[in-house]
Ligand binder design. Structure first.
Ligand code: SF4
Ligand code: SF4
Length: 416
């Protein structure tokens, strides 16, 4: 396994003046304001041990991050979490972001998005709201988030349209709700969403813990794709539908985050700077912190942002592959999770010696029924692990002390 604690030498890792000449500036800043969240989604991408990283930046520190990122060249800004609205300074941050010239997006579960806050956010200059649903049915929405929030989300969707916001509706897809894709699209149309993001589950964080339950079958995906294609033909003008086939079902990986350290700069609640959402899970990668280092230095000079930038870090088969410019070797976090080495080719690629791992996972999913009955049966065998503070503390303790970990899985109430 590659030792991530040792910096690698490459052109992008040189002093800032050299690096700035070859490395483009970040375009997209994701401000993860908090890990606090009233929901407990089974597929949450937040780190398993988030309770160990919950000392949040102050308002003043976030304002500095926004100013530094804008000065670097970032133009798009997402406020996310956790649930960003648990902080009462979102309006202040949006106002400053708007003044700086960012295009701003609030990524929310809807909990806390009152009429008052919608009005204040509009006045502060917020451009866009992304509202998440877990399903088109109350039962599954509420089960998967372990909350009763379905009706609240419906009310929030109506209210945010009333305040004149464009809406992206987001729904994470997996084995349980793929058969509902037509109903999810109908719900988006009925609520007036301009965009619908049908985001197939990425198996990091909590979703990785629940992979056996959430992994869809090929048949489910093909049926959902056909439904999406039909609605794109009939309703594409009214609502733009995004649907991307998940990595595990492809033979070539995707160009993850458009390249490591290429366009995306995330900042976690505690100020850790992230080259990708899941970078905290890579062992040996010391994440620079905005409290200790200017953002410019983090982007151009830090080891973490240079570690997998460009092509120099690649091993075989990527190093000599004629497709490496297209996908940049795929996702580093997926490579680590499935092969134990983040510098390996993403095993989604069928040129990877570890591709069989992915094939086996997909085959295992197919061996169950493609119906919800099958998913429910799988979840009964190994109940779902919800994202909550108690479970996170166990992961955090296990990370500190390997014998202290435990399990806290819940049986689903999903009906077939
Ligand atoms: S995925 Fe669910 S639990 Fe995780 S931050 Fe989003 S709303 Fe909260
Ligand atoms: S071998 Fe590496 S670079 Fe080539 S297609 Fe596969 S993942 Fe991409």
């Amino acid at each position: 396994m590659t030792d991530l604690s040792q910096p690698v030498s490459q052109p992008g890792a040189q002093v800032q003046s050299d690096a700035a000449a070859v490395v483009p500036p970040p375009l997209w800043l994701l401000a993860e304001l908090t890990y606090r969240c009233p929901l407990h989604c089974a597929f949450c991408y937040n780190p398993l041990d988030y309770t160990d990283h919950n000392r949040e930046l102050t308002t003043g520190q976030w304002l500095d991050v926004l100013r530094e990122a804008r000065a670097l060249g970032a133009v798009q800004l997402g406020f996310s979490g956790g649930e960003p609205l648990v902080r009462d300074d979102v309006e202040v941050l949006v106002e400053e972001a708007h003044r700086l010239g960012f295009y701003t997006n609030l990524i929310t579960s809807g909990v806390g998005l009152t009429d008052q806050r919608l009005g204040d956010l509009k006045a502060a200059g917020l451009d866009h709201i992304q509202l998440s649903f877990q399903d088109s049915t109350q039962q599954l929405n509420d089960f998967l988030s372990s909350t009763r929030t379905f009706e609240l989300k419906q009310r929030v969707a109506v209210a945010l349209k009333r305040h004149g916001f464009p809406m992206v509706m987001n729904c994470v897809l997996h084995r349980y709700n793929l058969p509902h894709v037509d109903k999810i699209i109908e719900m988006a149309l009925a609520l007036g969403a301009e965009y619908l993001e049908l985001a197939n589950t990425q198996f990091y964080g909590w979703a990785r813990e629940n992979q056996a339950q959430l992994m869809p079958t090929q048949q489910q995906l093909e049926e959902a794709e056909a439904v999406v294609a039909r609605y794109r033909r009939t309703h594409g003008e009214r609502c733009k539908i995004f649907f991307v086939v998940p990595d595990y079902f492809e033979r070539r990986p995707k160009r993850c985050m458009n390249g490591w350290g290429a366009v995306f700069l995330g900042v976690a609640p505690d100020g850790a700077a992230l080259p990708c959402h899941a970078a905290r899970g890579l062992p040996g990668l010391t994440l620079p912190n905005v409290k200790d280092m200017p953002l410019r230095e983090i982007w151009y000079d830090s080891d973490a942002f240079n570690r997998f930038r460009g092509l120099q870090w690649m091993k075989e088969p990527c190093r000599s592959c004629d497709e490496k410019d297209r996908d940049l070797g795929g996702c580093r976090c997926q490579a680590y999770l499935l092969t134990g080495d983040a510098a390996n080719a993403d095993p989604v690629c069928d040129k990877s010696p570890f591709h069989d791992t992915v094939v086996k996972i997909v085959r295992r999913a197919a061996s169950g029924s493609a119906s919800e009955t099958g998913a429910t049966a799988a979840a009964r065998e190994q109940p779902i692990l919800f994202r909550n503070d108690a479970n996170s503390r166990k992961f955090a303790a296990a990370a500190r002390e390997p014998d202290a970990g435990g399990d806290n899985r819940a049986s689903p109430g999903v009906q077939s």
